[in-house]
Design a protein around this ligand. Structure first.
Ligand code: URQ
Ligand code: ZN
Ligand code: ZN
Ligand code: ZN
Length: 463
């Protein structure tokens, strides 16, 4: 299929410029003014619009078995929803049970992901340690295009990695040229605070943020940064939600340490008042970890994105419907953790970030696509509008508006944390692998059209 996108302004992380974009098959083949195109080419009129690299969501959990249930979106519905929002690549997670072979889990997740409509790639979680884990990390890097390993410092008695696992896994990641990533919350403190709250008879969703205050997140962020510093590895902190964690990242980076941070669209615009709602189903719908924080943390996160101490935006798309969330109706610790957003991330970040003047269009591209591609070694295949790159593109209508609602979303789960928010700045077209998969509200996602993206290890460039 040949497509010419005419009359738009191409926006890359480094600059914005007027150009047509010609795609042939699954690649961009020309970027320039007044391009010729074959007569049979599909023409997209991008006048008055931006042409940007397809979004990369660095953090999703499609059809994740978690806390006794499975997330509502599978790899088809979740990636299709992403395409509707301009996201063409997701980074999901293989999360082995403790004692489960990492390779076995990896192949299971690869099977689930085959139905994806957009491209996908996996961080692999190290949830336990043994010689076998050591060996299998090597096989995953060498043979399966994995260059990032996740560590949950929370979720005691489940998937939590203790310090021994962190130290051994970070060391192994360095040997392999892979980057360690962490969910930074002190799982021992969370567990203690949860028990204290339950003993006091505080069982509703308003207890959730009380069991995970910013200090609990910051302790783990500082610890992961310290371990990485001593071992000489980079480290990527997922869903940084509070000023204290951002401060830890900023201090480390100011000393030249390679620390990267991710902000969730939800944490950027939603505050912790949601947990005080008298509508307990609504409050439970917002239970995720780390929890939504008070407004001053949001201001800090925006400054982090603008100032370069936070690098990517994601969603942690991990949706459960009301019935699933109701498992914790009598005990907040049993509410499956997770919220959605894969369909809304780019519009929410544009509306709150670019329209407010906080981010330029190029900075928007940097934090929704380019940095993710560069940090996880998919650039310039992904993350840039340039000849030779994948034809994953979003034609962005800066004046288009949409009111976000569970009633009209493509994603499953029947709930949306951005419910009722009207955003200005929406995709008019999304191309994935050169195919027009979303056009003016019509989703044309194709089950199984998504490809797994191999991510090479980071090799030593010096001799
Ligand atoms: C299990 C996963 C999703 N749940 C959540 N963030 O609350 C995570 O912790 O990232
Ligand atoms: Zn997490
Ligand atoms: Zn997650
Ligand atoms: Zn349901």
């Amino acid at each position: 299929m040949t497509t010419i996108i005419r009359g738009g302004t191409v926006v890359n992380a480094d600059r914005a410029f007027r150009a047509d974009v010609l795609c042939d098959g699954d690649k961009i083949v020309a970027v320039g003014e007044q391009l010729d195109a074959p007569l049979h080419a599909t023409v997209i009129d991008a006048s008055g619009q931006y042409v940007m690299p397809g979004g990369i969501d660095t953090h999703t959990h499609m059809q994740l078995p978690f806390m006794g249930t499975v997330t509502a979106d599978d790899f088809f519905t979740g990636t299709a929803a992403g395409l509707a929002g301009g996201t063409t690549t997701i980074m999901d997670f293989v999360i082995p049970n403790p004692q489960q072979s990492l390779l076995e889990a990896y192949h299971m997740w690869r099977g689930w992901a085959a139905k994806s409509a957009g491209d996908y790639t996996f961080h692999v979680a190290v949830t336990w340690w043994s010689e076998k884990v050591y060996e299998e990390m090597g096989v995953l890097v060498r043979d399966h295009g994995v260059n990032s390993f996740k560590h949950f410092m929370a979720y005691k008695n489940a998937i939590m990695a203790d310090d021994e696992t962190l130290v051994k896994s970070f060391t192994r990641a360095l040997e392999l040229g892979a980057i360690p990533t962490v969910h930074a919350e002190n799982g021992e403190l969370v567990f203690q605070l949860q028990q204290d709250l339950l003993k006091k008879g505080i069982t509703g969703p308003s207890a959730h943020p009380l069991s995970r205050p910013p200090e609990v997140e910051a302790e783990a962020a500082n610890r992961a940064i310290a371990i990485a510093n001593v071992l000489g590895t980079p480290v990527y902190i997922v869903h940084v939600s509070c000023a204290e964690s951002l401060d830890a990242i900023s201090r480390a980076r100011a000393k030249g340490q390679r620390v990267y941070g991710e902000a969730l669209a939800g944490h950027l615009v939603i505050d912790d008042s949601v947990y005080q709602s008298a509508d307990l189903e609504f409050a439970r719908g917002h239970v995720m970890s780390p929890p939504f924080r008070s407004k001053h943390h949001q201001a800090a996160l925006w400054q982090g994105l603008r100032g370069g101490n936070l690098h990517t935006t994601a969603t942690d798309h991990c949706t459960f419907c009301a019935e699933q969330k109701a498992a914790g109706a009598d005990d907040f610790t049993k509410i499956p953790n997770g919220c959605g957003g894969v369909e809304d991330r780019m519009s929410v970040v544009w509306d709150a970030g670019v329209n407010s003047g906080m981010l330029t269009p190029s900075e928007f591209v940097r934090v929704t696509s380019t940095n993710a591609a560069q940090i996880f070694n998919m650039y310039p295949r992904k993350g840039v509008v340039a000849v030779g790159a994948d034809a994953d593109l979003v034609v962005w209508d800066p004046e288009g508006t949409r009111t976000i609602s569970a009633g009209t979303q493509f994603a499953k789960g029947g709930f949306n944390v951005f419910e009722g928010r009207t955003v200005r700045g929406i995709p008019s077209h999304t191309l994935h692998a050169g195919q027009v998969v979303f056009a003016k509200g019509e989703l044309r996602a194709v089950e199984g059209a998504g490809r797994h993206v191999d991510r090479p290890a980071f090799t030593k460039t010096h001799a």
